[in-house]
Design a protein around this ligand. Structure first.
Ligand code: B12
Ligand code: SF4
Length: 385
């Protein structure tokens, strides 16, 4: 038995009790090595990813093996692995330890991959789709005219800088996961999330809305500078700024992260039951809030944000009728009809929902000339100006 992935990488000693072989870190290079060793009957106990990491020139994913009718989003793909930033609570530095922690595909490879995918919808799994701006620029340039709609994730900073985000929008970006995380500068500093410091979150939101890009805002509760008003403030901000969907998390010190080490050093970890490390439970000694307040506030936030009255309020603050409708159906469908989703999955109807998703992600029209003007981005020697 061979095991790999995030959990195994974070806790190899625990994992190897259950396996003949474990994989630490990304496996694009170590798995082929394992196959060779397996054939030669000399498999090792551990395969550790080193600095020779790449996702270029690797064999294409065997998408023919995917039962696409069972998925709402069969076209998931990766342009980059990792991220250029180093937030203390993130899995990234621990997972990519011992080698590169941000590396990319070649643009021609990813464009070929995209051109072979059925349907219009794409889902980029990248931690930070705009992390390498030059590459992202070339990707979006190449995707123009491909008639795709896609979703991805990026930082607030990358939305505010230059006009790459316009380029993304006109290539088909319709929904973006954005790591706002916290409004407190002290919390940002404590988390080494300095790239968010002194940024105008509202300007980033307006920019995305002007381009018809729906926002899935990510927020973390329980950082040391939070107190009991954090839930109300965060939810109100999301509604007032017409964030389409919100993902709330209770701060979780995943093993291997700097956050985990610092919690251990300060005697703050309260449980090692990994099942509770799901961003829904408090697993450490809190500071500005009690653990009970934090869990209750977390659940209250979800309930409050996804109340129909608040979904309506946020939807109707958009200018265009089309955006209002899209917001209403997307947010409503995301959280409000979970029971219905289970029925759709059980009767094997997920693929039939894809055209609906594509419709919700359709473009909010802009004049062609305006688009060209907005996407004129100048790059020389890898620098934007
Ligand atoms: C897409 C995604 C989701 C989707 C998953 C959809 C699906 N059906 O697959 C959804 C939205 C459902 C989701 C949910 C959650 N997610 Co999520 N998710 C991701 C995301 C963005 C991509 C995962 C992915 O496919 N990566 C691409 C593949 C190629 O990489 P990989 O999985 O690491 O696999 C490589 C290696 O690990 C290794 N490998 C993996 N498995 C195996 C097995 C073997 C045998 C071998 C040899 C090798 C191997 O080889 C692969 C190639 O190198 C990651 C961030 C990221 N970029 O990875 C977060 C991430 C994994 N999610 C995270 C979290 C916190 C969650 C939730 C707990 C959030 C929540 N509160 O609900 C839930 C948990 C769901 C669950 N039950 O487990 C965290 C995990 C943190 C941690 N340290 O564990 C991440 C890292 C995001 C982050 N930056 O914090 N997630
Ligand atoms: S910006 Fe996001 S993906 Fe990158 S290190 Fe920070 S939390 Fe992780």
């Amino acid at each position: 038995m061979a095991l790999g992935g995030l959990h195994v990488t974070a806790l190899p000693e625990e994992a190897e009790v259950y396996a003949d072989t474990i994989f630490i870190g990304p496996a694009e290079q170590t798995f082929p090595e394992f196959i060779q060793d397996f054939k030669a009957k000399r498999t090792k106990k551990r395969y550790i990813s080193t600095n020779n990491r790449t996702i270029q020139d690797i064999p294409p994913a065997r998408r023919d093996l995917i039962k696409s009718e069972k998925y709402l989003v069969p076209n998931s793909l990766v342009m980059s692995r990792g991220c250029p930033h180093h937030c203390d609570f993130c899995y990234k530095d621990a997972f990519f330890k011992g080698g590169k922690s941000f590396y990319t595909q070649r643009v021609d490879e990813i464009l070929t991959e995209i051109s072979q995918l059925k349907g219009r919808h794409l889902y980029f799994l990248d931690d930070h789709l705009l992390g390498n701006r030059k590459l992202a620029y070339e990707l979006f340039e190449g995707m123009r005219g491909m008639d795709r709609v896609f979703q991805g994730a990026a930082t607030v900073k990358s939305i505010l800088e230059g006009n790459l985000i316009e380029k993304a929008a006109y290539a088909g970006l319709r929904s973006l996961f954005v790591g706002f995380e916290t409004f407190s500068p002290e919390n940002l500093k404590q988390s080494n999330k300095n790239q968010n410091l002194k940024l105008d979150y509202e300007r980033a939101v307006r920019r995305l809305h002007d381009l018809g890009i729906m926002i899935n805002g990510s927020f973390v509760f329980g950082l040391d500078n939070d107190n009991s008003d954090v839930f109300r403030r965060t939810v109100d901000w999301g509604i007032e700024n017409a964030i389409t969907t919100a993902t709330y998390h209770i701060l979780t010190p995943y093993p291997g992260t700097r956050l985990f080490d610092s919690m251990i050093n300060n005697g703050r970890i309260t449980t090692y039951d990994w099942d509770l490390y799901d961003t829904r439970h408090v697993v450490y000694k809190t500071k500005g809030l009690t653990a009970d307040e934090l869990e209750k506030g977390y659940w209250w936030s979800y309930k409050e944000f996804y109340k129909w009255s608040n979904i309506f309020k946020a939807s109707f603050s958009h200018d265009s009728f089309k955006y209002k409708t899209k917001h209403l159906f997307y947010a409503g469908g995301w959280k409000k009809i979970e029971g219905l989703w289970n029925i759709i999955i059980n009767i094997g109807g997920l693929q039939k929902m894809l055209p609906l998703l594509e419709l919700l992600l359709s473009e909010i029209k802009k004049d062609e000339k305006e688009k060209q003007q907005l996407t004129k981005l100048y790059i020389k020697n890898g620098q934007e100006y």
